[in-house]
Design a protein around this ligand. Sequence first.
Ligand code: NAD
Ligand code: WQD
Length: 338
Amino acid sequence: MNILVTGGAGFIGSHTVVELVEAGFSPVIVDNLSNSNVSVLKGLKNILGQDVPFYQEDCNDFEVMNKIVQKHQIQGIIHFAAYKAVGESVAEPLKYYQNNIGSLLNILEVMKGNGVRNLVFSSSCTVYGQADQIPVTEETPRKKAESPYGNTKAIAEDILEDCIKSGMEMGIISLRYFNPIGAHSSAQIGELPLGVPSNLVPFITQTAAGIREKLVVFGADYNTPDGSNIRDFIHVVDLAKAHVAALKLLDKKTEGSYYDIFNLGTGRGNTVLEVIETFEKVNQLKLNYEIGPRRAGDVEKIYGNVEKAAKLLNWKAEKSLEESLEDAWRWQKRISNL
Ligand code: NAD
Ligand code: WQD
């Protein structure tokens, strides 16, 4: 089955391409490389022993996307392509609404025009904001987004739901990712942040590699066991496998309109300080870090209830925090030539 993977050169997309091939699907990547590097394709080839069809194109371009879908007789789409920097989205909201919403609308039009039924969409736990109760289930009410980025995910979910309510003949799944970390165990692909990372784990690995002088822990005065924030850190390969499970579920919904939402996390929370300690322990090194002030907009604690994905997708995260942090460090060492 030929699957179009938009944003397939990115962090989660590239790992998903590997899992798709290993599960017998034929992925086709469209990525404009706005937040990724063409070297990812080499990493993919080293893992898979084969080239994956790749188009350096913008998925806002209707004509181009239409041609690619027709040429490859695409049967399903996984739509990763989006901008994802929360801070930048506050400074440049139009850039985010244009790309994240515009590309989704374009993809939906292309699907409609070509009778492509199945879509998997990358949503985010950011739609929950600071929930009143954790772990959050898919029924937990969404909170008003803290950032334009977060809002693009909430709006996108609403667009998808409205399409299905209108009777569009499609099967659509939104996957709400928690905090993806780690890298492929081969160290051939991983996270490639442009500039100074804002996410925790790339900042940790870059600090350990000597690229950053020290990590600042954004607050240790929260109402958590050690005072630092709690997150649900999930290995990116586990996350990638869930996309295969989602496509398999959609494949069974051969008629009518279907929409569902799934949390993709581990079901457990770890504090930022636990992540640092675990990183030090499994990789046998000391990290230069200090406690600093809180970061504006951070939620205190969140992790996901993942029973729905276990039940309906027959999927659960299998890799430990230890393994995620070992893989993240192996990847950083490789790209830093350490
Ligand atoms: P990423 O930036 O590594 O990957 C996104 C890819 O999409 C990049 O390679 C980029 O070049 C490409 N892209 C962006 N706009 C494009 C366009 N208009 N046309 C073609 N390609 C385009 O990000 P990621 O971490 O792999 O995230 C993938 C998806 O998951 C995004 O939608 C993101 O919002 C969502 N998500 C990510 C996280 C996270 O923490 N990484 C958490 C929740 C949700
Ligand atoms: C994790 C924890 C920080 C860096 C973001 C997006 C969210 C989603 C996932 C896409 C927090 C702390 C971080 C540092 C630190 N993405 N931290 N020092 O904020 O949970 O979520 O990515 O949808 O929308 O907001 O992830 O990796 O930035 O932070 O102490 O230098 O690490 O305060 O508690 P976050 P993160």
